[in-house]
Design a protein around this ligand. Structure first.
Ligand code: FE
Length: 340
């Protein structure tokens, strides 16, 4: 354990010592989550433990660059990201350290944790198949079905630079090997209704506009259309059907919002307390609710809106760490098959 008393002294704390005051306990969070409701989690944590939570919010890649630049002098204790691909970049940059915690090990299922305890999942986001009900009678039931010739010119999916697609292809590499995944990606390119454009919401809009018959998108972009008026989607959302893919085999591909402890953490004990708190029912519910996601902790109550989508079987055979292990191979395949 590297944090020494010396290195953990901030100037304010040093002055506090000089003036005989107790040192306030704190934990510093670098977060790429931008949800107001997260504040409630930190307030509750402070109420229960007396530990103050300081938050810095920015894009994940900026936070990782900052952690690298700060090195051993980084004030950060905890890093939060909204997908496994990004936390893998932090892992690669060497800015994380493993956390040994019985609480986390007990609460978060093994397939949603890094095998070396470098990070764990907070909430789950499923990448599923949507279709236009009025034009599609027998929608694809698996990711593999999407590659069949019958969907030629009918599939909309966003660009390969998108981390959700990179993780999806990485999971297909884990299942089918690189050759199989490459064949799949090449067939998807053949089946595209248009060159990849826009985000997941734009794929769903394509179902409403008639440009696409079948699309791949994260589940919460669809649910959002019921919460608020999403232009080009909410008005036509009744015609959008969904399929939980691969329910008869490995289950649906899920990505994760994740949490980790930073390598240079000056307040590592407080960091572990916070990380454990993030697996509490209270925190899990807020994480799930604020973006219509599914809790990572089994048995934690999820978001009511997600009930609209019904029960599903997640892919628990592929450890989510495989998404990062196969990230480079996935990018190479995308380039080879000409998936923009
Ligand atoms: Fe998203």
């Amino acid at each position: 354990m590297r944090p020494s008393f010396q290195s953990s002294l901030t100037l304010a704390a040093f002055i506090a010592v000089l003036s005989g005051q107790a040192i306030a306990q704190e934990v510093n969070v670098y977060s790429s989550r931008h949800y107001d409701s997260d504040a409630a989690i930190y307030e509750k944590f402070t109420e229960e433990t007396g530990i103050t939570v300081n938050r810095i919010e920015a894009k994940a890649d900026e936070l990782i660059a900052r952690l690298e630049a700060e090195g051993d002098n980084s004030p950060a204790d905890v890093l939060l990201t909204v997908d496994v691909g990004r936390i893998a970049r932090a892992e690669e940059a060497g800015v994380l350290q493993p956390v040994t915690s019985d609480v986390i090990a007990e609460r978060v299922p093994a397939h949603l944790r890094h095998p070396g305890n470098l990070w764990f999942g907070l909430s789950q986001r499923a990448r599923i198949i949507f279709y236009a009900k009025d034009r599609v009678e027998n929608p694809p039931q698996t990711y593999e079905d999407l590659a069949k010739p019958e969907w030629q010119g009918k599939v909309c999916i966003r660009s390969s630079s998108n981390i959700y697609n990179q993780s999806l292809l990485a999971s297909l590499i884990a299942t089918h090997g690189e050759e199989g995944a490459k064949d799949w990606a090449a067939s998807i390119v053949d089946n595209m209704a248009r060159p990849p454009q826009g985000g997941d919401t734009d794929q769903l809009r394509g179902l409403v506009s008639g440009e696409c018959d079948v699309v791949v998108a994260n589940h919460y972009y669809f649910l959002r259309a019921f919460d608020k008026d999403v232009k080009g989607l909410t008005d036509g959302v009744e015609n959008v059907g969904w399929v939980w893919p691969n329910q008869d085999d490995r289950g649906v591909h899920v990505n994760l919002a994740t949490a980790a402890m930073t390598k240079a953490s000056p307040n590592s004990e407080e960091a572990i307390q916070l990380l454990e708190f993030l697996t509490s029912d209270y925190a899990q519910q807020i994480f799930a609710n604020n973006n219509n996601e599914y809790p990572a902790v089994t048995g934690a109550t999820g978001d009511e809106d997600t009930e609209r989508l019904g029960e599903y079987k997640p892919d628990t055979t592929t450890n989510t760490a495989a998404f990062s292990e196969n990230a480079k191979a996935a990018q190479a395949i995308f380039n080879q098959v000409g998936w923009d």
